[in-house]
Structure formats: structure tokens, C-alpha cells
Design a protein around this ligand. Structure first.
Ligand code: BES
Ligand code: ZN
Ligand code: MG
Length: 485
């Protein structure tokens, strides 16, 4: 269960408290006795980063922020420090925990709380026995003490709710969440958050002639869906919407070019982009952002089956471009391309797609950076990079020169869905760009979007990477739109 985040204005002497300090000090609101205080100060002077005092009826945790770092690195250190405390906190079985801070930067309490909440997540809905009893021993309430601003607290609650939602979706295996199931989950959250959702089913997708999505779906017994999400507030700051496109491959076997060895293992997460886009619309609606946003999510599984699409097939895409299939495992770009050309109907200010698209991006950046390729104006990119640093979902840009488009030329169709062996992340991006009539920001989250093991508060399998980045980006856009233009 996700802990509730509550603001308090007083700490009672029997409450367990985390206090973040910038210098060696023990503030009076911790209600420690003289010996405890002396002990704490001595520990701090000895450069202990976490001082733990067990006073039997309550616990006190003094967290010293690392010296010599500032800005977004300091923020991230606090999130990590919080995640590092989860075992200790659990072992002390608090039902509530106060989080406070002295003299460190504004927002320290929120950052620490964010790290803590995100590290408390677990995906255990299929466990029928409570063997993991201790999981329940997390505090169910986090009480924020100090000058935390109301709007920031609400944002933190909505954003972490969205991360939990996104992780749940990614962690669902395909036998419990197929494309139609993903469509229903999106409909349901749209209703609860207040954004519009339209789920196009197979007949409509056929009528629209979305050849990319239909080709990938051919080997499946489950029909595809194409989801249209829309947050259109009363007085948006923008005239043309921002369109977000998310890859919704609910399982990627590779198709007839089947994945071998271990490569298929994590592929239930190949819809992380779709989950992320949904999460962004959720936070936008929940926080009533004055920004018009549309989300497009093509979804299907990619399997070899009776009539599966094959290597050598030539398919006609939604925008009439013909594509020679060089590899059925390069399916993401086929379904995304249809969505990206569909986006034209909105005359978007920008199209942003997010996808677990290439092994190449994952091997280039590991799980540390989101690979970005773009032809959009730099003012958006600077803002996006800033947001990435701020939430520590950092982006790194790859070149997007036209020469990289040469390897996806085809002798028998307009283009091919694969390039050569080199620069796979970039040629995939170039493929998508061919379908974009409006500026494109392409984000490949193949590395950070699926993790084999926990990375501090980014938890394994579906960490939800990219959500905090894009949610913060649209929030900033909404707030600073006029300045940016
Ligand atoms: N879903 C994969 C990409 C992927 C790989 C995501 C590893 C996360 C971790 C994608 O559909 C894929 O299979 N891409 C191929 C493309 C290739 C055939 C051109 C790849 O990257 O190997
Ligand atoms: Zn895939
Ligand atoms: Mg694939």
C-alpha cells in the first residue's frame, strides 16, 4: 500500500521522526534528551550520515546531507538516502513517520519523501500467501513537518500515485493484461482522473488502415487497440496540443524473428511507453494543468502465430508509405509510425514519443539515461533536459543527421523497418521521423525503462522511468508557456 502524505504543524514527543540536516545540529523539535542529543552530535561530528536513536517508544533518524554537492545532485542524494533507509524503517515497524528538515534547501522534505514512497512500492497482487509479512511494516502515513507548500505536496501525491499506477501496468504479465486489457485500464483511470479516453478496436483500426499496427498484430489471437487520450482544459495556454505517443507492445516475443536466450525475459514491459503516457495524462488531469495534451497508444502483442507477418512482407502504413519488413522484431517502430502519422490530425505543437524501442539504446546508455533524438526547437530540449536533471531521469542526445536515414532505404518499398548493424537506436528514430509531419522528440527508454534489479528507489522490472520526466516537463510548460514562446 502506498503511504498517505499528510502535512502537520506540530510534532508530539512520542512520534518517530526523520530529520534532514545540513550541518551538525539537533533541532529542539526532535524532543531528544540531553544524552541522546550529545550522542547525535558526536556521531554527526564523526561524519556519520545517518544517526539512529531508538528511545524505545519512538525512533529518531537524523540524515546528514552529503557535503560538497548541490542542486539536482543533492536532490537525488536525498531520494537515494531515503531508499537506503527502507529496511531499517521497516524493521522498526512505524505506523506513522514524521519527515522534517532544517536549513537544507527548500524542497528537501519533498525529495526525501518521494524517494521513500517510490522505494516502498511492491507488486504483490498475485501472492496468495503473506510470506512477505514484513512488506506490510512500512508506515502507512508520512507526516510532513515544515514549510512544505500545499501545491507541491499535492503534486507529490499525484505524481507518486501515477508512478505506482505505471509500475503496476508494466509489471502485469501478458496473460493478465493483453492489448484490450490495457485499453480498459486506460479507460478506467481516465474516468477517475477526468481525462477523455477513446479506445478504437480492431474494426475501426482496419477502417483507418493502420497497416503497421495490423501487421504486428497478425500473429496474435488477441485483437489490437488504439487508444486516444485527451486532456483539454477549459483555458489551455497552448493553441496546438502536445501529442504524446507511447509504445504499447504488451509482449514482444520478436514475432517470427523470435527472441532467443534471455532476450525475451523482460518483454512484458515493452508497453512501458504506453503506461508512461497514461501516467502523464493522469498527473496533468489531477493537477488541472492548463495545457492541452493528447496521448496516442497503439497496442498489441508481437507473436509468431498462424498468419504472423513475415520478414519480406511489404505493408502499407496508415499514411500510405510502404514498408519492407526486414525483421519482425523491429515492431515498435511500425505501430508507433502509424500513431505518429495519426498525430497530424491534431496539428500538434510537438510530438513526443516514448518507447522501449531498441536494444541498441540500452547497450549504449545502460539504465542511466534516456536516449533522445529530435528535430524540435532547442527551447523545448533545454527545458526537457532541465526537467530530466531535476527529477534525475536524465536524457542524453544522439545525433540525428540525415545520413543515418540512408540505411533504412529499401529496393522494393519506400523504406525498410531495419537499418544495418550500426547505430540501431538512431536508425529506429530516423524511421519514426519519416512519419512525423510536425516536430518530433523521440525518447528511447529501452535501458532505464526495464530494470533487472533495483536501483535505489527505481525498482526492478517496471520502474516507471520517463514518467517523472514528462510529467514535470508538461507542468513546466504549462507554467512558463509564455516565457518559452
Ligand atoms: N522491445 C525491443 C527493444 C528492447 C530490447 C527493449 C531490450 C528493452 C530491452 C524491440 O522491439 C526490439 O526487439 N528491437 C530490436 C530491433 C532490431 C531487430 C532492429 C533490437 O533492438 O534488437
Ligand atoms: Zn518491442
Ligand atoms: Mg521487437
Amino acid at each position: 500500500m502506498k503511504p498517505e502524505i499528510v502535512k502537520i504543524s506540530q510534532i508530539s514527543p512520542d512520534q518517530s521522526v526523520v530529520c534532514i540536516v545540513g550541518k551538525n545540529e539537533v533541532p529542539p523539535f526532535l524532543n531528544l534528551n540531553k544524552t541522546e542529543k550529545e550522542y547525535a552530535l558526536k556521531q554527526l561530528r564523526n561524519k556519520v550520515e545517518l544517526v539512529f536513536i531508538n528511545s524505545y517508544f519512538k525512533c529518531t533518524y537524523i540524515v546528514k546531507v552529503k557535503e560538497g554537492i548541490s542542486g539536482f545532485r543533492e536532490k537525488e542524494e536525498l531520494r537515494k538516502a531515503a531508499a537506503g533507509m527502507k529496511k531499517l524503517l521497516k524493521s522498526n515497524n512505524h505506523s506513522e513517520l514524521v519527515i522534517s528538515s532544517t536549513s537544507t534547501y527548500k524542497g528537501a522534505i519533498e525529495d526525501f519523501t518521494e524517494g521513500l514512497v517510490l522505494s516502498f512500492y511492491s507488486f504483490d497482487k498475485y501472492k496468495t500467501k503473506d510470506e512477505d509479512e514484513e512488506k506490510k511494516n512500512y508506515p502507512s502515513k508520512l507526516l510532513l513537518y515544515g514549510d512544505t507548500d500545499k501545491a507541491e505536496m499535492k503534486w507529490l501525491t499525484d505524481l507518486t500515485d501515477a508512478v505506482y499506477f505505471v509500475r503496476d501496468l508494466i509489471n502485469e504479465p501478458v496473460n493478465h493484461l493483453n492489448a484490450a486489457g490495457l485499453g480498459s485500464a486506460i479507460e478506467k483511470i481516465g474516468k477517475s482522473a477526468g481525462f477523455k479516453v477513446d479506445v478504437l478496436t480492431k474494426g475501426k483500426i482496419e477502417a483507418l488502415k493502420m497497416g503497421g499496427l495490423l501487421a504486428v498484430n497478425k500473429g496474435s489471437v488477441d485483437p489490437p487497440v488504439f487508444c486516444i487520450l485527451e486532456w483539454n482544459p477549459a483555458k489551455p495556454v497552448n493553441k496546438q496540443p502536445f501529442v504524446l505517443v507511447g509504445k504499447g507492445i504488451v509482449y514482444d516475443t520478436g514475432g517470427l524473428n523470435i527472441k532467443t536466450g534471455d532476450y525475451m525475459a523482460s518483454m512484458k514491459g515493452d508497453m512501458a511507453g504506453a503506461a508512461t503516457v497514461t501516467g502523464v495524462l493522469y498527473t496533468a488531469a489531477k493537477s488541472n494543468l492548463p495545457l492541452h495534451i493528447v496521448g496516442l497508444i497503439p497496442a498489441t502483442d508481437n507473436r509468431p502465430g498462424g498468419n504472423a507477418y513475415t520478414q519480406g512482407d511489404i505493408i502499407t502504413m496508415y499514411n500510405k508509405t510502404t514498408v519492407e519488413v526486414g525483421n519482425t522484431d523491429a515492431e515498435g517502430r511500425l505501430i508507433l509510425a502509424d500513431a505518429i502519422s495519426y498525430a497530424s490530425k491534431y496539428k500538434p505543437e510537438i510530438i513526443i514519443d516514448i518507447a522501449t524501442l531498441t536494444g541498441s539504446a540500452a547497450s549504449t546508455f545502460g539504465n542511466q539515461a534516456i536516449a533522445m533524438m529530435t528535430n524540435a526547437d532547442r527551447k523545448y530540449i533545454t527545458l526537457l533536459e532541465d526537467c530530466g536533471n531535476h527529477v534525475y531521469e536524465r536524457i542524453s542526445e544522439l545525433p540525428f543527421w540525415d545520413e543515418y536515414g540512408e540505411s533504412i532505404k529499401s529496393d522494393i518499398a519506400d523504406i525498410r523497418n531495419i537499418g544495418g548493424r550500426e547505430a540501431g537506436a538512431i536508425t529506429a528514430g530516423k524511421f519514426l521521423e519519416k512519419f512525423a509531419k510536425f516536430p518530433l522528440i523521440h525518447l528511447d527508454i529501452a535501458g532505464p525503462g526495464m530494470l533487472k534489479k533495483d536501483d535505489h528507489y527505481r525498482l526492478k522490472e517496471g520502474p516507471g522511468s520517463g514518467l517523472r520526466l514528462l510529467a514535470t516537463f508538461v507542468r513546466k510548460l504549462a507554467a512558463d508557456y509564455k516565457k518559452l514562446k
